[in-house]
Design a protein around this ligand. Structure first.
Ligand code: DQA
Length: 150
């Protein structure tokens, strides 16, 4: 069984009703269901959301210790949480893939969203495709990052 952690930061539990013109109408539960429907049976999608920075950092530590690949939407923490970046850097050091995702394209929005303190320690970044950003991230993990050597 391969487990992919899909971690979500603050306010993402409000998807569906939160600024649907920016973030779309799918809830986080919808995104989780769509991800689960798109992966093989032996892949577990462990989707979590928190508004708490410390809890999110704890989940990154868990991913480091269990060597679990991570899809991370850090939400507003993207733009200022050095603590989250330092946690995410441990994934890089451990050789565990990390895909930073965003529903919106932060670069097309307010200036404060143009900086990500996470991107520098991510394997890659997918932004601007709505819920599809998550599906693309999981697809890359399964097709490229987690492919067993032949
Ligand atoms: C977001 C973009 C962030 O700027 C914002 O704070 C979010 C969501 C996105 O998915 O587009 O909460 O990460």
């Amino acid at each position: 069984m391969t487990t992919i952690l899909v971690l979500n930061g603050p306010n993402l539990g409000r998807l569906g009703t939160r600024e649907p013109e920016v973030y779309g109408s799918e809830t986080l539960a919808d995104i989780g269901a769509s991800l689960r429907a798109s992966v093989p049976d032996e892949v577990e999608i462990d989707l979590r959301q928190t508004d708490d920075e410390g809890e999110l950092i704890g989940w990154i530590h868990e991913a480091v210790d269990r060597r679990l690949p991570v899809v991370l939407n850090p939400a507003a923490f993207t733009h200022y949480s050095y603590a989250l970046r330092d946690a995410a850097a441990q994934l890089t050091t451990a050789g565990v893939p990390l895909v930073e995702v965003h529903l919106s394209n932060p670069h097309a929005r307010e200036a404060f969203r143009h900086t990500s303190v996470i991107s520098g320690v991510a394997s890659g970044v997918i932004a601007g495709f709505g819920a599809e950003s998550y599906r693309l991230a999981v697809d890359w993990l399964l097709r490229a990052a987690l492919r067993s050597p032949s």
